[in-house]
Design a protein around this ligand. Structure first.
Ligand SMILES: [Zn+2]
Length: 195
């Protein structure tokens, strides 16, 4: 490469995904951030050091997380995100439909393997994108394994932040005063819907 670019990776934290920091001598003042799978990539000026550097990174990450394009938008982008995640983690398994639903009170999401429909609680629109990603991968995995078997978790856990997601949702439920108490996203289910 013609210019110097130093890449470091910050591990995921509870409130944000893994962050890849690219410090480039080409950048003088401005930064940029984008998603790469479930990782955030930020580009910053190489001259930044210490607290100034971490503040700069934090701000870019925060701005990107607040945009949350896939949750601000409608069903089409949720469906598109599900397709991307299926390609990334589950050999491109296809759902018939992936929709936000308002009347999903006892669980975060559900999947009907027979009709191949996935429904996600609209309450999750407020969550960080990585949480929605983890929930989508969980539901997509049910298209391959209906039960919460070991084989199921092997598939669902291909998304690296399932346990973070469960913790996040516990806290989120508490904060919203919801009566969703189980760690699993969709444990409490009706008869024709698989959890
Ligand atoms: Zn499940």
């Amino acid at each position: 490469m013609a210019h110097n670019s130093l890449v470091t990776v910050e591990p995921p934290r509870f409130d944000r995904p893994e962050v890849e920091v690219r410090a480039s001598t080409k950048r003088k003042k401005t930064g940029a951030a984008h998603w790469s799978g479930s990782r955030i990539v930020v580009q910053i000026p190489a001259r930044l050091r210490g607290k100034e550097r971490s503040r700069f990174v934090d701000e870019l990450v925060e701005r990107l997380l607040n945009q949350r394009p896939q949750n601000a938008a409608g069903d089409a982008s949720l469906e598109e995100r599900a397709r991307e995640l299926a390609k990334m983690y589950l050999d491109g398994v296809r759902a018939e439909s992936v929709r936000w639903v308002a009347n999903q009170r006892q669980r975060w999401a559900s999947c009907s393997p027979s009709s191949r429909e996935i429904r996600v609680s609209s309450r999750l629109r407020q969550c960080p994108a990585w949480v929605i990603d983890a929930v989508l991968v969980h539901e997509l995995a049910h298209l391959l394994e209906a039960d919460h078997s070991a084989a199921f978790y092997e598939l669902a856990n291909r998304h690296p932040r399932q346990s973070d997601c469960a913790m996040f949702l516990d806290g989120f439920a508490l904060g919203l005063g919801l009566r969703i108490e189980d760690a699993d996203v969709d444990v409490d289910v009706a008869s024709d819907v698989v959890d």
